[in-house]
Structure formats: C-alpha cells, structure tokens
Design a protein around this ligand. Structure first.
Ligand code: ZN
Length: 703
C-alpha cells in the first residue's frame, strides 16, 4: 500500500527547508550545525541494541551514530549518507547527515559511554525485524509493532500493552510512545526540537495559538512559516490550529504554513530557548505550565514496593526510589558520591546528612548516568541547557537542580548534588513561611514602598532565597512588572520574568540589569551583588523609581550596608537615601517536640540571657541523643528562621552618611528596637524551641 505523502512534508530539495531540523524516516536530512553530544538516554538505547545483537561498538569501523531518539525510535547520523554500517533497519530510524568532524566527536562520545551502559536493563524485543518496512492502517498496529520489535522500558510496555488492547489512537498512547507511533504510521516529519533555537520574535507571533494548541512557529522564510505542533496529521484540530495561527499572526502577505509534529514538552523547551538573555516574552509566560511538566513521574504505591537492596532491582528503579525518599523525607538535597569502591547516597534532613543507600561501583556508574540523564547533562562536559528536572510524586510537583562536583581520575563519574528547589512553592507568601509575625510585618513594611533598595544577607542555606521568593510572590500582581537576574534560577514564578546569569556566555548581572532598566520594571531582584558594577546599577535603579531586592554575601545586615561603600565604592550619601532596610537570616534546627528533654540552664547560659535582657526561664530544653521515631533518631524536627531586621530611619541614615562602621550601625538599629540575630536565637532557646548548641554553632561561625 502506498501512502500519499503528508502535506506538511517538504522535500530536501526545497530551498525553504529549515537547514538543520527536519526529520523524516525516508530522507537523509542535513544537519550542518551538527550536535554537541550524544544524549545519554539515546546512547543507552543504542548500546542496548548493540548488546542485544551481540555487536561491540568498538568493532564497528564506521557506523551510523545515534544522535537522538523519539521514544524507542532512534535518530542516526553519518558524514557519509551512503554508509551502510547500520545496527538497525534503515526504515526504523531517522537519518541525518553531519560533518566528518562532528561525526568523529560523537563517535568518541559514544565509545566513552559504552562502559557506563554495561548492565543497563531495557526489556528486549520479542520478535526479529521483518525484511521490509511494514504498513499500518491504524495507530495501534504501529504501537503493537513497536512493542514487538523495539527495546522499551517495562513500565512503558505495561501501559502501551493496555492501550493496544483497547485499539487506542496515538493520542491515547503513553506520551513516550505517541510520537514514535505517529512517525511510524504516517511517516510524517517529526522535529527534533532540541537542535533548534528560533528567534524570539517568531515564537511570540501567536501566543494564543500556543495557549490553545501548544503549537508554535519556529522557522520562517519569505513565503512560508513552520509551525511545530503536537497534533497528529489526521487530527481535525490541526486545521483549526493553522487557521488560528494565520488569523493571530497577521503576516502579510499570508504565508504558507508548514507543520511538523513535535512532542509537547520539546515545544515548551523551544520557547524557553528562544528567549534570548531571558528577556520579556508573552509566550514564555504561557509556557510556564508546560515547562513545569514532570520529567520524572513517581507513584507512591510503586515506590513502596521497590527494594533497593535486592540484586534484581534495576538501576532505574533505584534512582526512582532515591528521589522518592528525598522528597518523602522532606530533605533539602540528595548527595551522590563515590568513596572506598562504593557509590553512596545521602540525604540532608534539616542540615544533617543521613545515609540512604550504598551501591557497587558498576551500579553507581549507571545510577549516576541515569540521574544526569534526567537533567539532560552529558558526561564529557557538565554544561547542559538545563540542569533542572521536575519530578511528580502523586499530585506534587518538585523541582530538582543537579550539580556535578568533581570528576575523578580513571573515568569515574562526577559526584552529584540534587537540590530540591521548590515543592509547588510558587505562590507561597511570607505568611506561609511560618515566620514570626513581627518579621513578616517588618518585611512587608519594606516592600510596601514604591522604590528603594532592600538587602538580604546570610550564609548559604540560611533560607534567604525562600524569603526573597515569598516577598516577590507578595509583590506579584498583574500590574506590577517584576524582572529577576539570578544564578541559578531556583524556582519558577508565574508572571515574573526571570533571567539566568551565565557569565560564560557573557550574560552578566551587569548586562542583564542594564537591559532591565530599558524595560521599565517596577521591581528588580538581583540574585547577588558581587561586584562594583552590579552594586552601582542596583543603587542607580533603586534611586530612579524601582524597588530593588538584592542579596549580599555578608554575615550581618549592617555589614552589607558598609560593604556597598567600602568594597563597591557606593557613595554614602546616595546609599543612605536609597536604602530602605533589610535583614540577615539564619535557620536553626528545632528540637523534636516528642523527645526534647527538660534541663536546668547552666550559669553561663543564664548569664548570657540576662546580658541580652531576655527573661531567664525556670528550665530549658535539650536535644535527646538518639532522638525518637518521630524525628528518625535526629532529636530535631524541622527548622525555624531567625532574623535581624534593620530599618533605615532618620538616625541610621545619619549614621550611614557619617561613615559609621558596621558595629555602630548595628548599635543604632538595635537602639530602635531591632534585635540582633544572636539575641533572636537565644530567645528561641529560652522558649524551648531550639537547643543552645544550635546558637552556639552559628555564633561561632559569625562573630
Ligand atoms: Zn524525637
């Protein structure tokens, strides 16, 4: 049976064809810009095939190299379009033509990864390949074919088998299979969106079309516009989508609209990539929800059935278990490192590390690679587009940021830290942070002002970002334009235009802030003031009608004020005018309410309380060594923030102008009723909320 070609397909001869993006099974498409790396997942799928067929990649002289995959379907590339060394049937792959140079890099990449892939478990195909490409009348037939002939994960197999039994269409298939089915059945063009970076003006042409159909323009010639859409060629909504696009984009003369099928999440990522330097984009705002689609979905019931210690538990399941445990234990981060011939996974609960699991070296390699793969990070260079991934556990969405630390000799994969960034935290207000009421009202007084500079200080892990985000959420109203420059962006906030600083690419704080000022924002958040230029622009912006929130790496808030002058050369009288106020912050581990132990205060403790004019309680509480079941043996449960607020009033303003040092400024602030952070910590001790050792700890660090 011969199928009429899809109308959305252009021939490679067509001069209007985008240079490096289209993919179709029966054509070899040029990829002049090449690609940087073989994605991990793609490499594994390919290497599993090699393993299954008994081929070592090293024994192949000049094979087609996998550069991507659409579900179980591999995309292969070669510098010589006539090369024949192909592990899989030609008709089951997408083919690309790349430069020889690029080919050699990718080949090396792939060989490097072969070792990592040993022991990876994908379910094997049950039937061997037919001699020629089959034809399909229905989507589910194509699905059945993939189930029989391709390497797919067992969880996907279960979901897909049920869908095939119900003769489901591609749209009803599990997402990992949807595009592969379309591709196989319709032989339609499918775009590997990962390769392209369209101009922002183009992706923003029709935000409503994006909102309704998840379809977006990504390439344009004089006569044609290319639209990426998740809608199948036989989906009636596709025509509607094109009409909508034409009506909304209003391009004159009316162009021909070409469509290609692309996965929904890739379209969303495309939009994110198109916003150069993170500047304003209406479409980007609309993409928020898609960008937050989970990269990894976990099921609580299934998680409980995973035993990571059993030998036949796959690495994929182990990684799922680890990530699940990190979330379920309310941990801040998961640490994966290698020591003494073993891989070790630990979680950080309230600032203390707890071991979750140890695995053998070979398992460690695979788990490590799988985690990096979730965050789309390559092995050879830890520089990927996004080091974030999103995980859904039941109904909760959680963002993780993956950081790689050291690469050891001997090709050992890097140590990884997965930081848990936000648990659906968007929209959290100051009042949701369980802060003391006077802290909340103090900060609200600062941000109520229309312009000026607000400073937040504290060491890493003191929760200052959480406080700042909550303040932004309070400011986030439809008529308030908020721009942020951050490194890294820790949480995505709907309606706020967030930009990632990337010094390697020349996107510095300074550059971002200068471009912000041309965009007339009301509020600007500066991730960190760390040089003169940034400090200068921050103060300028604060003095010219913008509310500027910034963090500074100092221990005290008074220290931040003097630092702006002493280290960054800000004029004192200008500073005294624009500075509204600020805070420094620490997090203290709270005593477990179930097992904390009453005790008598020591003479030293009582004296300290007296000196700071804190009423001395008849007894205090201490942490119980070994804890209890409620606190998993830690003796502490959760954390509480303590803050030192500083409000710039008449006296303090004079102090700043008159060259007072940090200590003197603190004194002025405390005289106005603001408490020092030490006093705040001790008050929590006197209330029986924290152990004295907690305060002792941060006091030693700071003073
Ligand atoms: Zn306890």
């Amino acid at each position: 049976m011969h199928r009429a070609p899809d109308s959305s397909l252009a021939t490679p001869m067509d001069k209007s064809l985008p240079p490096d993006i289209l993919f179709s099974k029966h054509r070899i498409l040029p990829l002049p810009n090449g690609i940087e790396h073989v994605p991990q997942e793609t490499a594994y799928r390919f290497l599993c095939w090699c393993d299954f067929l008994g081929i070592s990649i090293r024994s192949l002289i000049d094979p087609w190299i996998p550069i991507g995959n659409i579900g179980p379907v591999l995309l292969l590339a070669h510098h010589d379009p006539f090369a024949t060394e192909m592990v899989l049937p030609r008709w089951f792959c997408g083919l690309f033509n790349i430069s020889l140079e690029n080919y050699l890099t990718l080949q090396r990449d792939l060989t490097d990864m072969e070792e990592d892939a040993i022991g990876l478990q994908y379910e094997r195909p049950t039937k061997s390949w037919p001699s020629s490409a089959p034809d399909f009348n229905e989507d589910f037939e194509a699905s059945q074919f993939i189930l029989d002939h391709a390497i797919i994960d067992d969880s996907l197999r279960i979901a897909a088998t049920a869908a095939v039994r119900n003769r489901a269409s591609a749209a009803e298939m599990p997402p990992e299979l949807r595009e592969a089915v379309l591709l196989l059945r319709h032989q339609c063009a499918v775009t590997e969106m990962r390769f392209i970076r369209p101009p922002q003006a183009l992706t923003e042409l029709a935000p409503n079309t994006f909102g309704r159909y998840s379809s977006v323009a990504f390439y344009r010639t004089d006569r044609a516009v290319w639209l990426a859409t998740p809608l199948a060629p036989d989906d009636p909504a596709r025509r509607e989508c094109i009409d909508n696009f034409i009506a909304e984009a209003r391009i004159k003369p009316q162009p021909r609209v070409q469509t290609v099928v692309a996965p929904r999440d890739q379209i969303a990522n495309l939009l994110l990539r198109s916003k150069s330097g993170g500047m304003e984009s209406t479409a980007v705002k609309a993409v928020g929800h898609y960008a937050r689609k989970a990269d990894l979905t976990l099921d609580l019931v299934q998680l409980q059935q995973i035993d990571p210690h059993k030998n036949d538990t796959s690495e994929r399941k182990i990684v799922e278990w680890l990530i699940g445990q990190t979330i379920l234990n309310n941990s801040q981060d998961l640490h994966a490192d290698y020591a003494d011939g073993e891989g070790r996974f630990r979680i950080n609960v309230d600032g203390k590390l707890q071991e979750l699991l140890r695995v053998t070296e070979s398992r460690w390699r695979i788990c490590n690679a799988l985690i990096r793969d979730h965050a789309r990070c390559t092995k050879s260079e830890f520089d990927c587009e996004s080091k974030h991934f999103t995980c859904r556990l039941d109904s909760e969405l959680v963002d993780f940021r993956v950081e790689a630390t050291t690469f050891r000799d001997g090709g050992m994969p890097p140590s990884l830290t997965l930081r848990l960034l936000g648990r659906q935290s968007t929209g959290r207000l100051l009042s949701d942070l369980r802060l003391r009421e006077d802290y909340v009202s103090g900060i609200r007084d600062f941000i109520r002002l229309p312009y000026g500079l607000i400073l937040v200080t504290g060491p890493t892990g003191s929760g200052k970002t959480t406080t700042l985000y909550a303040a932004l959420n309070e400011l986030n109203k439809p008529d308030v334009k908020i721009l942020t420059a951050e490194d890294p962006i820790e949480q995505i906030i709907d309606g706020v235009l967030q930009s990632q600083v990337d010094e390697g690419k020349g996107i510095t704080y300074e550059k971002l802030l200068r471009s912000f000022l041309r965009n007339a924002p009301n509020v600007i958040l500066i991730g960190e003031i760390r040089d003169k230029e940034t400090a200068k622009i921050a103060v300028e912006a604060a003095g010219t009608g913008h509310l500027v929130l910034a963090t500074l790496h100092t221990n005290t808030i008074a220290g931040a004020v003097t630092r702006l002058h002493d280290a960054f050369g800000i004029n004192r009288s200008v500073l005294s005018d624009v500075f509204i106020g600020g805070l420094s912050q620490r997090l203290l581990r709270m005593l477990c309410p179930e097992c904390k132990q009453g005790a008598v205060l020591s003479a030293e403790e009582a004296a300290l309380l007296k000196r700071l004019e804190i009423p001395v309680p008849p007894r205090c509480y201490r942490r119980r060594e070994g804890g209890c079941q409620h606190c998993s043996g830690r003796g502490t449960f959760g954390r509480v923030a303590v803050m030192e607020l500083m409000k710039n009033d008449r006296k303090l303003r004079a102090g700043i102008r008159n060259d007072k040092n940090a200590e003197e400024l603190s004194g002025l602030s405390h005289a106005n009723g603001h408490s020092s952070i030490l006093r705040e910590g001790l008050a929590r001790f006197a209330e029986g909320v924290v152990d004295f050792e907690e305060i002792h700890l941060f006091e030693m660090l700071d003073f």
